[in-house]
Design a protein. Structure first.
Length: 196
């Protein structure tokens, strides 16, 4: 396109942000499956946006196509035999394969029931990928009634994973912040912020 033609248009450069997209995706009304938000938290911008102008591809991962993927999962279920093919139709087959490989982490994680039954002894993964997968499961499941119990489990995670688990839950369900155990857990962080 010539400079003369370009000067007749407005040009706005937009940068993809995992944090901004996750803020949107974490809202309950957007109905984005926790496996997707966990994957994006794990991969950050490299998982959210895979466009390459040098590759002639039918599709690629981007905020819009992840939103479409969320609708597919909502409609057919993440355990559907055709899910990888369906996700590949909006994300690319490569991204769909990588995402479904991440989803396999869930089969080796403790269930929510196991965590709630014994938060101090339920299995805790040590590898980064499974921790991100588990974080999404716990965060999405946390509510005012189970926050104290789930927080006992979350406290066993590395500190950065505690934040990655708790903050989205607090944003999604602000009533969690009224739970005594949650307020007590937050006190040292609030005190530190006041000092800084």
């Amino acid at each position: 396109m010539s400079t003369a033609l370009k000067s007749r248009m407005a040009h706005i450069n937009i940068q993809v942000s995992a944090d901004a997209w996750l803020e949107w995706a974490d809202k309950p009304e957007n109905n984005v499956h926790y496996a997707i938000t966990s994957y994006i938290r794990f991969k950050r911008e490299t998982g959210l946006y895979t466009f390459n102008p040098d590759v002639d591809a039918d599709t690629y991962a981007c905020p819009r196509s992840w939103g479409m993927a969320a609708k597919i999962i909502d409609n057919v279920g993440i355990d559907n035999n055709s899910i990888q093919t369906l996700l590949g139709s909006v994300l690319s087959m490569g991204v769909a394969l990588e995402f479904m490989t991440f989803v396999k982490y869930y089969s080796n994680l403790p269930t929510l029931k196991e965590i709630l039954r014994d938060p101090l002894n339920a299995r805790m993964p040590t590898e980064r990928g499974p921790l991100f997968a588990l974080s999404g499961l716990v965060s999405t499941s946390m509510d005012k009634d189970n926050a104290g119990t789930l927080l006992e489990y979350v406290k066993r995670m590395p500190s950065e994973m505690q934040a990655a688990t708790a903050i989205p839950a607090f944003k999604r369900t602000p009533a969690i912040l009224t739970v005594t155990a949650v307020r007590e857990w937050l006190q040292p962080y609030i005190a530190k912020l006041r000092q800084d």
